[in-house]
Design a protein around this ligand. Sequence first.
Ligand code: 3PG
Length: 401
Amino acid sequence: KKILSDLDVAGKKVLVRVDFNVPQDAEGNITDDNRMVAALPTIQYLLDHEAAVILMSHLGRPKGEPNPKYTLKPIAKHLEELLGKPVAFAEDCIGPAAEEAAKKLETGSVLLLENLRYHKEEEKNNLEFAEKLASLAELYVNDGFGVSHRAHASVEGVTHFLPSAAGFLLEKEIRFIGDAVNNPEHPFTAIIGGAKVSDKIGVIVNLLGKVDTLLIGGGMANTFLAARGIPMGKSLVENDKIEEAKRIMAEASVKNVKILLPVDLVMAAEFKPDSVYEVSALDDLNQDYMALDIGPETCKLYADAVKDAKLVVWNGPMGVFEMDAFCKGTEAVAKAVADSNAVSIVGGGDSVAAIKKIGLEDKISHISTGGGASLEYLEGKVLPGVEALDEVRRPFVAGNW
Ligand code: 3PG
């Protein structure tokens, strides 16, 4: 695929799809600007190479109608601070407001368009809408990895009308996650957590063909433990996934993949931050309690399994990370991943938050900006936003097809 540095951008208007769908608090303050910071290298490169930069993004799910709750105006303000220069804002992403703002945009300047999802045509990948977006610029760059699993107008449709390439963030995500899935270094350890097996079955099944060791934690581990015949008390167990969990474990043993499950658990009386709790071994689980975190022995076991790996992929918390009493397992895994010498790839909101909470983000090789997108990529799916980009046309060399 073409990447940004394959394009001649000087003097051109470049339309860039970014994923500025960032979390905000009730007052609209941005609570995590990771996705915006991650897009800066592409924006800065374009500015340094004398392009005029037109950024477009969605924010939340306004369902095809303008809604001030989802305006990108505060995002433009924050981007000004990050870039240290003014960012023009257009009140609409198509039509006269966008056209005029784009027309008067000078080389070396930045314009952010209002939320793409104020128009229902965006999610429908309507080609007329995509053409209107494309008409604002001469080149298109996709740097919105987090939205590249969506075949939307600003991600897929627009590539039918403009020369297109991947931005630096998209390229980095594809390189790191793509290498892990297609060409992993060994030993390769994956740590998969989160509440439900059903959310991650695709990822687990795809990784079974690639990893040496698979560590399972979080609520989903309960279903695997139940599949091994452990009575789980009041813990969340997806009964309709027990057979699937058994199949996965059987396949793992055929493929020589070691699956590690918790050996002890933090059992709580209630699903509450101030609930009473106790640490129990698997043969001693209080049947009136529920598992809300992995226990200290499991933390040691998992840290050991990460230590000698050459590649580690981690997605999903080990317990109810948002409650202080039940975040220790996730933090222990975060520390183990950061301390290992492996190439480390971390994705998923809670896993990334845990790494940041203990201040070790610099020790992670790649922190993914994708939620659904990184999961789909780990599942081995083709991302429409990547697929749509132009191919590099290499000169024909005789004998080299
Ligand atoms: C995300 O937050 O995962 C992306 O921005 C995609 O958002 P969506 O799930 O609303 O399409």
